[in-house]
Design a protein around this ligand. Structure first.
Ligand code: NDP
Length: 484
């Protein structure tokens, strides 16, 4: 299995693979077995600087390419990653503990998003307006320049595509920093497209957030920052952008609601509950607060418990596994601690709550899908993002109460409502303060091209849609004197 990997990965700067300036590296650990997989370069400030300079050099010619050329480039990227999907998925599975089949689906989703950007850039236009008889104004959307993009460990291919697709489409060049817990997918993706992308257009620097990530944030040469990760680090990124007076996109945490009314379609509810466990629920938009109407509380809770108990936790590369490992040890411990916290706060353990150690899983970060029932909205387990397979269940009486409880939280990323009453569905969807609301679905239907992003402490800006092209361009107004 390990012959999918290089022994050592360098940085990708100016079209070449290079060692880190200080020759430092960090180890990559397989979260399913605890084994060392390989090592990656730990970028220093000098390396980040070289990457930014290479991106500026490439920008001078890349910004002049036509939308047709950039569209063709994006199609070639999508085709190359699709052709190598099996290998890329195995690398991602080894590196992050994500199920092989889920990694494959992430990569194909990402490829589709590059294709979506390839199409959308062909119709992305400026404007012209007649101000008066002798004055005309042109509004151009010009690429903003070199951008810094910080990618998290949970869905690097998808988030990577949401950042790279728009940047490349509009003519920006970029320096990307993947998470040290999930760098291999981005590095192998780069190996798969390195002959397609002009030198310096995409540069990849690896290393820890507090060093490499921080050097990138502090670099004076960037014209935009885009970050996906925790709200805590999001604040640091926002401050760095404010100091530089550059725009920033922040895609942060969530504690999203899944609201079930008595008249809901049970098959759809079950499908949405199953979707919660995708990627071991390490998904920022996961419906981690399940609100059940009092009339159906016991029934749906029993359905969820049966479903969670039936999930086969196993090695992520094995076909029959239905949930893999959590991405890294520190995170796994944090999630397990939340279970203990919930019980101490008075929640009831309806299922799970323990580590999985049988069948050779004892060295990995495996836990059983867990449900904390009888939770109140005030408990920390209902307020804080756990980012793992721990669902908290809260009872509600009526529409007004559930909207109030849904909004009594600092996050506002996603959410869902299940009911056959369309008016109520729309009222609740409008009432919940969130960036995205699903009706009668939750993460279990396709969303390529559907806009994504949060409000409140879940972030600023939107991704996954051509509207994010605006974040990578700046407006220039050209005013023309038409007088004779
Ligand atoms: P972080 O926010 O720490 O990491 C996200 C990205 O930011 C990673 O690439 C990380 O690098 C980088 N980073 C970390 N510190 C800095 C810094 N000072 N300057 C620049 N970049 C930095 O997430 P964690 O991995 O620590 O996860 C903690 C929690 O964040 C999770 O439990 C979850 O609640 C939330 N989270 C939310 C995500 C989302 O999709 N909204 C994604 C990931 C996490 P590195 O990993 O190399 O340190």
């Amino acid at each position: 299995m390990h012959n999918y990997l290089q022994e050592k990965y360098g940085l990708f700067i100016d079209g070449s693979w290079v060692d880190a300036h200080r020759k430092e590296t960090f180890k990559v650990i397989n979260p399913s077995t605890g084994e060392e997989l390989c090592c990656c370069a730990e970028a220093s400030r000098e390396d980040v600087d070289k990457a930014v300079q290479a991106a500026w050099k490439a920008f001078q010619s890349y910004k002049k390419t036509s939308p047709v050329e950039r569209s063709a480039l994006l199609h070639r990227i999508a085709d190359a990653m699709t052709a190598q999907v099996d290998k890329l998925a195995m690398v991602e599975c080894l590196d992050t503990g994500k199920l092989y089949k889920e990694a494959k689906s992430d990569i194909l989703f990402a490829a589709d998003f590059y294709r979506y950007c390839a199409g959308a850039i062909m119709t992305y236009e400026g404007k012209a307006s007649v101000i008066n008889d002798t004055t005309m104004s042109l509004i151009l959307r010009e690429p903003i320049g070199v951008v810094g993009q910080i990618v998290p460990w949970n869905v690097p291919f998808v988030v990577g595509a949401w950042k790279l697709g728009p940047a490349l489409a509009v003519g920006c060049t970029t320096v990307v920093k993947p998470s040290r817990y999930a760098s291999l997918g981005m590095l192998e993706f780069m190996r798969c497209i390195e002959d397609i992308v002009p030198a310096g257009v995409i540069n990849i620097v690896t290393g820890s957030g507090s060093r490499c990530g921080q050097y990138l944030l502090e670099h004076p040469g960037l014209r935009k920052l885009s970050f996906t990760g925790s709200t805590e680090v999001g604040r640091v990124v926002g401050e760095a952008a404010a100091r530089k007076i550059i725009p920033v996109t922040l895609e942060l945490g969530g504690k999203s609601v899944n609201i079930i009314f008595p008249d809901s379609d049970r098959d759809k509810v079950k499908s949405g509950l199953r979707a919660f466990l995708v990627n071991a629920a390490q998904v920022c938009s996961a419906g981690s607060r399940l609100f059940l109407h009092e009339e159906i509380y016991d029934e749906i809770l029993a359905m969820a418990v049966d479903l969670f108990n039936s999930i086969k936790v196993g090695l992520p590369w094995e076909e029959e596994s239905q949930m893999g490992a959590l991405c890294y040890k520190g995170h796994f411990e944090k999630v397990m601690n939340y279970v203990a916290l919930g019980l101490a706060e008075g929640a009831r353990l309806a299922c799970g709550g323990t580590r999985v150690t049988e069948n050779g899983l004892d060295k990995g970060n495996f836990m059983r899908p867990t449900i904390l029932a009888d939770v109140t909205n005030e408990m920390r387990v209902a307020r804080e993002e756990i980012f793992g397979p721990v669902l908290v269940v809260i009872k509600f009486r009526d529409e007004e109460e559930v909207i109030r409880m849904a909004n009594d939280n600092s996050y506002g990323l996603s959410g869902a409502v299940y009911t056959r009453d369309l008016n109520r569905a729309i009222r609740v969807a409008r009432g919940v303060e969130t960036g995205r609301m699903w009706i009668n679905a939750y993460g279990d239907i396709s969303t390529t091209g559907v806009i994504f992003g949060g409000c409140k402490e879940s972030g600023i800006g939107r991704e996954g849609h051509w509207l994010s092209f605006d974040h990578y361009t700046q407006i220039k107004s050209i005013v023309i004197n038409l007088a004779k």
